[in-house]
Design a binder for this molecule. Sequence first.
Ligand code: DX5
Ligand code: ZN
Length: 222
Amino acid sequence: MIKISPSVLACDFSKFGEEVKKVEEAGAELLHLDVMDGMFVPNISFGPDIIRSVRKQCKMIFDVHLMIEDPIRYISAFVDAGADIITIHYESCQNPKEVLKQIRAAGKKAAISLKPATPASVVASLLPYVDMVLIMTVEPGFGGQKFMMPMMEKVSAVREMVRLSGYEIDIQVDGGINAQTAKIAAAAGANVLVAGSSVFGAEDTKKAVDGIRAAAQSVYSL
Ligand code: DX5
Ligand code: ZN
C-alpha cells in the first residue's frame, strides 16, 4: 500500500498547528518529523518537546526521522513525545541493531535509514529488526534538494532483499519527491513517500497529496 508522509521541515512554522491539520485533512497517513542535531547533519531543527505538543492535536502516524549522532541517547524521549515510527541512521551509531531493538521494546516501529553513499548490503543483517527501510534520495540535512536518480538501484535492491526475507517491511524514500519522482520511486519498489516542498509549497495541499499518491499507485505492484 502506498503511504504519504509530508515532511514538516517545509511547512510555515509560524503556524505549525494549522499546517499539520492541512496535511491530515488532505489524507496523508503519516507525518514526517525531521530531527537534526547540527552534528550528524549540518542543520538544526526541533526535538521531542515540539513533537509532544503537535501530538496533542493530531491523529496521524508520527514518522520521526532522527538525523542525530548516537540516537540511543534519545529513544525514550521520542517514545514519550509520541513517536509511532522511529528511524535511525545506519551511519549515526556503532550498533544500529541495539538501537532498533530498543525502539521495538518500547512498542514502536523501528526503521533504518541509509545516506546516499551507504550501500544496500548493510541492511541485510538488520531486516529481522526493522519495520521500514528509508533510502535517502538526497543528502540528509535540508529540504528542497534534487532527487538523486541513482538511488533507484538501491531501492530495487532493498525491495528484492525484503521480498526474499519474507518480512513485511515498508520501503521509504525521502528527498525531492513530487508526483514525477514518486512514480519513479514506486516503480523501483518504494511504498512510503516523504514529501516536503512539493506538499507544503503547493497551493492546493490535497491536490498535491492525491497527485503523489495516484502517480505512485499507478506503477506500484505489491
Ligand atoms: C532531508 C529531510 C527530508 C526533507 C525532504 O534531510 O530528511 O525529510 O524535509 O524535503 P523535500 O521533500 O523538500 O526534499
Ligand atoms: Zn526526512
